[in-house]
Design a protein around this ligand. Sequence first.
Ligand code: SF4
Length: 189
Amino acid sequence: MSELPKARIATASLAGCFGCHMAILDIDERLIELMKLVDVDRSPLTDKKKFTERCDIGIIEGGCCNEENVHVLHDFRRNCDILIALGQCAIMGGLPAMRNAIMHSDAPLRECLDEAYITGKYIRNTTHNVPNDPALPLLLDEVYPCSQVVEIDYQIPGCAPTGDVIFDTLFKLLTGKFRGFEREMIRFD
Ligand code: SF4
């Protein structure tokens, strides 16, 4: 196995809770096996903020809730041969997309921000302002799944996906043996 040329992978966390990245660490001791097959490029795991080379596989956690997420996702699509949406937030928006359900207002995003920072029952925001520093990325009108922004090649389901399914998928993709998910690996009942 170690004779295979090493693949290059990159990961990003967009609008998610970082739980999917923690699930990558749930691969546990098999990380040693995996690291014989890959080098990690841009990723929160390496703290590299830019691609240093084109990558074979990009792994995306989280959907797109702001303009920076969209920019990063496009950058991954441009620089990765295979793009994987990891977890429900990347696949269908997940928890952050709950704000998409605010339908009864003329300005749903405004209403959401007001409740989060000003009017919410447990808010202790003495400034009574929604944060508006120019350095903050602009929020999108809704939270979008990755597949609505770029083409996604594979989706690994779960919140978070198990270390087993992440390892199995990556290992099989890297060794040319991926034929889809085993049914038992993506059951959550
Ligand atoms: Fe977190 Fe679940 Fe979303 Fe992954 S899918 S980023 S674990 S909320």
